[in-house]
Ligand binder design. Structure first.
Ligand code: ZN
Length: 62
């Protein structure tokens, strides 16, 4: 993955955030030089009474 702004390499970054009753994991690419970031997937995991619900949203990166 190459940054469209400065042509440097972009690194995969996985951020996880605890939002109390759910956990959000964000997958993004971030440029090593200008820090421009591109989110391509968000996964949310939440606990329902007797099951775990996982929601995935995929972004179109181009
Ligand atoms: Zn860049």
């Amino acid at each position: 993955m190459i940054c469209t702004k400065c042509r440097n390499d972009m690194q995969l970054v996985i951020q996880s955030e605890n939002l109390g009753n759910r956990v959000r994991v964000v997958y993004l690419y971030q440029c090593v030089a200008c820090r421009r970031s591109l989110t391509f997937e968000i996964v949310e995991v939440r606990r329902d009474t007797d099951r775990i619900v996982i929601t995935k949203s995929r972004m179109n990166v181009s």
